[in-house]
Design a protein around this ligand. Structure first.
Ligand code: MRU
Length: 336
């Protein structure tokens, strides 16, 4: 077991079941591709970079479980598994990026055994790379934070959303590690509460001062001058917009109005230079997520519900894109 990572391989695939937090930090053994897909859909594993690793490990798992005796049979099985994993959540580009990387590594092999080894090697490489890249993002982003800053974040772009360290929270962690006093306002992030369940838990665990707020309190705090910067993660960055957890756009508009810098921290693997906002499918989730809370009904039966998981923030609202290659101020974008 390896609790310092969100997802890892130890004789099989393991992940931290994020639906059990903040109550319990529970490792979950994933024994089939079907179970992995269920874990992705129900957000047991979530967050763009963690999904990238999950996608690649999913291919490795499919190869491990396959009884195919030659590379051709194995490839057919892996292609079916790869398509199913990619379709489980459409918006975060890292999921299909991770699957495709493992599939490309597999495609270069000549035997079934070589495919098994190559897919796992690639997945392990992605997982190791993720932590290294997040530390670079942290280093680059920490320079943007001043001692004493109050930073607002939305959803969870922390170590739980990655293999380790985090993107937006990685920047905060790096600033704190460099000796700066940083206080975080964590938005609870309706409807699934990644902010209160995960971000508040992570920061409290690391003893980084954090205040939990409802999503609709950010404007009032900015108006009172209580927020110095906003930092969020990203699920996909197209040529014109940042896709991130629903609610991000509202914070960005408010930040622009109140002249608060709005930063996005993400690895290059989250960039999608081939598409624009209008091309992207935004995942819509079950109505029950809004109509119930911890099993208690909050809305009339049968009420019409709109529940998109993500929104798009146009790049003109973004003060800087913090990546492992440095900070890019739109319209400047990294080469990927
Ligand atoms: O639906 P989720 O919880 O997977 O959404 C995650 C987010 O929107 C995160 O902010 C994003 O993936 C950045 S994670 C480093």
């Amino acid at each position: 077991m390896c609790e310092s990572k969100t997802i890892w391989w130890d004789g099989g695939l393991w992940l931290i079941d994020q639906t059990c937090l903040p109550g319990e930090l529970l490792p979950l053994r994933i024994k089939s591709v079907r179970q992995l897909i269920e874990a992705i859909k129900t957000l047991r594993v979530r967050g763009a970079p963690a999904l990238g690793a999950a996608g690649a490990y999913g291919v490795a798992l499919a190869a491990e479980l396959s009884r195919a005796s030659n590379a051709q049979e194995m490839t057919i099985e892996l292609e079916i598994a790869a398509d199913m994993i990619k379709a489980s959540r459409p918006t975060a580009i890292n999921l299909s990026w991770g699957v495709d990387r493992a599939m490309r590594a597999a495609a270069l092999q000549e035997t079934a055994e070589e495919i098994r080894e190559a897919a796992l090697r690639e997945a392990e490489g992605i997982a190791e790379e993720d932590i290294r890249i997040n530390k670079l993002i942290g280093k680059n982003g920490a320079k943007l934070l001043d001692d004493g800053d109050h930073v607002l974040t939305h959803c969870n772009a922390g170590r739980l959303a990655c293999v380790g360290w985090g993107t937006a929270l990685g920047v905060i962690r790096s600033a704190v590690a460099a000796g700066k006093q940083i206080h975080v306002y964590a938005c609870e992030t309706r409807p699934l509460h990644q902010g209160s369940r995960l971000t508040a838990w992570e920061l409290a665990h690391d003893e980084i001062p954090v205040t939990l707020i409802c999503d609709d309190m950010s404007g009032s705090l900015m108006r009172k001058g209580k927020i110095d910067k906003v930092i969020v993660g990203a699920d996909r960055i197209t040529r014109d917009a940042v896709f991130n957890k629903i609610g991000t756009y509202s914070h960005a508009v408010l930040a622009k109005y109140h002249k608060v810098p709005f930063y996005v921290a993400a690895p290059l693997s989250t960039f999608d230079r081939l598409h624009e906002e209008e091309d992207i499918v935004v995942e819509e989730r079950d109505a029950e997520e809004i109509c119930t809370l911890a099993g208690v009904r909050l809305a009339p039966q049968g009420i019409e519900v709109y529940n998109p998981a993500f929104d798009a923030t146009p790049l003109e609202l973004v003060s800087g894109l913090i990546t492992e290659k440095g900070v890019f101020r739109p319209p400047l974008m990294p080469m990927v």
